[in-house]
Design a protein around this ligand. Structure first.
Ligand code: MSP
Length: 677
């Protein structure tokens, strides 16, 4: 078991959280929950940064004492985090006594070791950034971030000998490649260090809002110097030596992991200034600092003046906190920038949740009800599906450990696709019709177990939805996450906790209908009739009537209400369809794959390139029948290896029940590469 101490940046409280600041906290919560899931001893700390001049100003504008204002804001922040499902272990404020004690202890220590000295600062200061700005960093005399003219100040300041630590920092970077992530940020920091460091101001004169310097109380500690120390203060530096030893100071423990998660705009403070402060105070450095990217809104930086701020509670209120968490973690490559738009959020909700996962849960639970009245016995594992689960768990663990959140989630949703395919292939409805009871039991058991594994893997991202899925597939709450994923081999086994009582409930994520769809269903709407999307549930709904969608073709459909094979809930949008790039290809050569009855290796011409692909058509065609023929292929399919051959694409063929495949063909051969729609 490792000890994992994770922190986020602490937020300025002059404004409420927006989707960008919330993104960081959601990501941290996902990482922390994942580490709890794999059995680590985790401490997630978040908090508020209160000693900024902007905070002081905002309090005064509201006619409030700054501390009273900060108390109110703490309440607002905590409420937002709670409504987004964020489960931190501690919340620190920079006005707390424990923080003040830590700041004064650390500043005093550096002062005594000669790293803090008195001087005069004359230059620019941007209050919005809370940063001293070198002349060369300004653009047309303005702060490049805020486009405002900084203040010119001349005041007595204490300086920290940052320059002294340049070589030690470079040595640390060289010895610890994981110290700054992702690599692009590490390279940025390295070039900054190589360019040389100047000493920095660490105090402000003539201000009352801040922590007084212990050796010159007429001055307060500069807000950034103050804020960075929160990471040590929150685990007891200056107030609780035992706790500090447990979470921070035991540098040599191999299992120690202290990770700071911060935005890319503040990496310099965290990757250069903070480690130098720790070196000066004789303390071990964090294990890693991860600089995540920006969440933009329609391509714009979130800014109040541009009207591009998204309230995270609006977003969570629209489709639920779990779908929002999934969207942010899955659709943004962690470490890069990513855009939020309402359309895309809804589109992904429909694709991943309503259609894919939600439909899978509904299908599986309602089949267990229809065929087994909800009661399921343990059956033998389907080896193929179990092996795919093991692959999924391994990929997920590897990617979560490397903080590739989006890749880990993609692996889980690919596995959900696999389970849907497994059901389509096994046709449980046909097994029921033919009274193949044992086979039907096994298919249902395997599908339920696969859903359980998906829910466990998604639990860090969608905690309440996963708990609800586990409840529906009959995993008692106490056991739900107990078979944690320490050992991927064991966890992906389809044998957790025996017989099940499966619950059938309403759709977890009702599909949102686009305006066009709703109108086309009702060609003569009343004037002013506004098509309405169903209100999806964010959390576990109470037991309700039957699941709404048919799960498989049903024999007993009435003439008035034929049951469609393609219920509305499972249909894809034109946008989803167009993601599949179908093209005309000409077959250049064909040969049977040795030791396979079905597979044929094809070399094809796509107009712009030639490729190899493997198609399951060898029982229907001879190689010589194929060469020169024009076929339709899926051109943008990820490669797959079949019998040791990498296949790049898939040939389209009709697959008659019990018959041989028939290639899709054309009246006259179009040019290779022509798009098929
Ligand atoms: N108070 C400082 C941090 C001190 S940490 C010792 C601060 N506060 S902040 O409120 O401005 O930002 C808090 C965090 O949110 C920072 O990590 C910042 O990078 C991040 N983000 C602010 N806007 C963001 C986006 N639009 N997108 C993603 N993260 C964003 O900086």
């Amino acid at each position: 078991m490792a000890r994992y101490y994770l922190t986020t940046a602490i937020d300025y409280v002059n404004n409420r959280p927006h989707l960008g600041t919330a993104y960081e906290k959601i990501a941290a919560d996902i990482i922390a929950r994942y580490h709890r899931l794999i059995g680590d001893d985790v401490r997630l700390v978040m908090g508020n940064d209160e000693h900024s001049q902007n905070v002081f100003k905002r309090a005064k504008e509201q006619g409030l004492d700054p501390l009273v204002y900060c108390d109110r804001m703490e309440g607002e922040f905590r409420e937002v985090w709670q409504r987004l499902g964020i489960a931190f272990d501690d919340f620190i404020r920079t006005t707390e006594p424990r923080h003040k004690a830590a700041v004064q202890a650390m500043v005093q220590r550096s002062f005594e070791s000669g790293d803090i000295y008195e001087g005069v600062y004359e230059g620019w200061y941007c209050v919005s950034c809370e940063e001293f700005k070198p002349e060369k960093s300004l653009i047309d005399g303005l702060c490049p971030v805020h486009r405002t003219k900084p203040d010119w100040i001349k005041e007595k300041n204490y300086f920290f000998k940052l320059s002294k630590y340049r070589d030690a920092l470079l040595a640390h970077y060289a010895a610890h490649p994981e110290f700054v992530e992702p690599e692009s940020r590490r390279n940025e920091m390295l070039s900054l260090l190589k360019g040389g460091l100047e000493d920095i101001s660490v105090s402000r004169a003539g201000q009352a809002w801040g922590i007084p310097l212990p050796f010159d109380p007429g001055n307060v500690v500069y807000v950034w110097y103050d804020a960075l120390i929160n990471y040590a203060a929150a685990v007891g530096y200056g107030s609780n030596a035992d706790m500090f030893a447990t979470w921070w100071a035991q540098a040599d423990q191999p299992a120690r992991n202290v990770t700071h998660l911060v935005g890319k705009d503040i990496t310099r403070f965290h990757c250069v200034v903070w480690p130098a402060m720790l070196m000066s105070a004789g303390l071990p450095l964090p294990t890693a600092i991860f600089g995540h990217g920006w969440v933009t809104f329609k391509g714009e930086k979130m800014s109040k003046s541009l009207g591009t701020v998204v309230d995270p509670l609006d977003a969570a209120g629209r489709l639920g906190p779990d779908p929002l968490r999934l969207f942010l973690a899955k659709e943004i490559v962690f470490g890069g920038d990513g855009d939020f738009s309402w359309d895309r959020f809804e589109e992904k909700y429909n694709a991943d949740l309503a259609n894919n996962l939600g439909n899978l849960v509904s299908r599986v639970t309602s089949m267990v009800h229809r065929y087994r009245q909800g009661a399921l016995q343990v059956s033998a594992a389907a080896t193929d599906l179990e092996a795919r689960a093991a692959e999924c768990v391994a990929a997920y663990r590897r990617d979560m450990d490397a903080l590739h959140l989006e890749a880990a989630l993609a692996a889980v949703f690919q596995f959900a696709d696999t389970v849907n395919e497994y059901i389509a292939l096994k046709r449980p409805w046909a097994l029921a019709k033919n009274q193949q009871a044992a086979e039907l039991d096994a298919v249902l058991w395997n599908a339920v177990e696969a859903v359980r594994i998906i829910a466990v893997l998604l639990s860090p991202v969608m905690p309440s939805s996963s708990a609800e899925i586990l409840r529906r597939v009959g995993v008692p709450e106490a056991d739900a996450l107990a078979p944690s994923i320490h050992d991927s081999r064991d966890d992906s086994r389809f044998t957790i906790n025996g017989a099940r009582t499966v619950l059938q409930r309403d759709a977890l994520w009702p599909r949102l209908e686009s305006k066009e769809t709703v109108v086309s269903e009702n060609p003569n709407p009343e004037p002013n009739q506004v098509p309405k999307a169903p209100a999806p549930q964010a959390k576990s709904p109470e037991p309700q009537a039957k699941a709404p969608e048919p799960v498989e073709p049903q024999a007993s459909s009435t003439p008035e209400q034929p049951v469609s094979l393609w219920p509305m809930e499972s249909r894809v949008s034109i946008e989803d369809f167009l993601k599949i790039d179908l093209r005309v290809a000409k077959i250049l050569s064909a040969e049977r794959v040795p030791k396979s009855k079905k597979l044929m290796k094809l070399s094809i011409d796509l107009g712009s390139e030639q490729r190899t692909l493997v198609a399951g058509i060898a029982e229907a065609y001879e190689p010589e029948q194929l060469v020169g023929r024009h076929v339709a292929i899926v051109a943008n399919l990820k490669p797959a290896t079949l019998m040791g051959i990498e296949s790049n694409g898939m040939v389209l063929a009709a697959s008659p029940e019990g018959g041989k495949p028939m290639l899709v063909s054309f009246d006259t051969p179009p040019a290779p590469g022509t798009r098929v729609r």
